[in-house]
Design a protein around this ligand. Sequence first.
Ligand SMILES: *Cc1c(COP(=O)(O)O)cnc(C)c1O
Length: 370
Amino acid sequence: MSLSQESGFEQEYIQSALKSNWITSGGPHVNEFEEVLQNYFEKKSYITALNSGTSAIHLALILLGIKEGDEVICQSMTFSASANPILYQNAIPVFVDSEIDTWNICPEQLDIAIKDRIRKGKKPKAIIAVHLYGMPYKVAEVHAISEKYKIPVIEDSAEALGSSYKGKKCGSFGTFGIISFNGNKIITTSSGGALIANSIETKEEVIFYATQSKDNAVHYQHSKIGYNYRMSNICAGIGLGQMKILEENINLRRKNHFFYKEIFKGIKNVELFDNLNEDFFSNYWLNTIVLKTKKSRENLRLAFDEANIESRPLWKPMHLQPLFENYPYYGLKISEKLFENGLCLPSGSNLTNEDKIRIRGVVDNFFKND
Ligand SMILES: *Cc1c(COP(=O)(O)O)cnc(C)c1O
């Protein structure tokens, strides 16, 4: 395993887990990691460490009572892990398009979708909204709709640890929030995630389901389906080390953003994805741009590729995926356009000055006649 960025403390925590024989799921590092996370969220949330962000979304759906045939609204422009757990429950995803300011779930289309689903006979049971690439979605508008229709929000904050909206941390707005500590995220436990809840009772319920739903008895007794979703003590040790450099990583990612802002300044055919206004604070997990056409997007990607610099198209919207294309979708093709014309730029916390010089070289050369 290689961590893109180490604090140096990870080894110590792993060693202490091994020495104390806590090589299990759960354990003292897990409890401490949860405490550190809860402090990070200003002790207003109850956080359970799990083995992935996907497990966290799945448990959120289970705790909201999502069952076979229920409808769950999901932002279409996202990574498939936001939507897959809906299918684990044999429920029906209903996809909603993005709006152009934050690229996240469009409040107008969300309202239209809910009204139409109710008219067709089924009120959606949950809304999965995503802070894509670390950019907060329009929290005020989306949660106003959630309150209007009394539909809970699962806030997919997998990419947005350290982002905030109006000074409040992303992950703490929904009935449930989820974070991911997968290898590619802003900090990692190698593989891991967490579920953020609003009460200690809910956290206890999360732990119950995540540890095989053992009823309160001396023998193993079960009356609910159980899951093996708890974080391991070793992974939590890595997480404790990583939490020490979370702020530093956010600063590095933001520095990447200001670097891109500088090199794309004055190039009129490129729009760098940026905070809409002061209410929005992105961790800039990934820096992304939109070009005028699909062709220019592909040509720039190839130019980077030729210089051995990896860049990638944006997430392909879920309603365009073979797996999901037959489910309902509400939108105006905003996410389609973003997918066609958008590009993710190299954005790791470990981007060196030399990398930046090479990136600038490709960009300057590509746009020299613009
Ligand atoms: C990474 C990610 C997840 C899933 O997290 P894992 O820890 O990899 O299971 C969910 N949603 C989004 C938007 C993600 O980027």
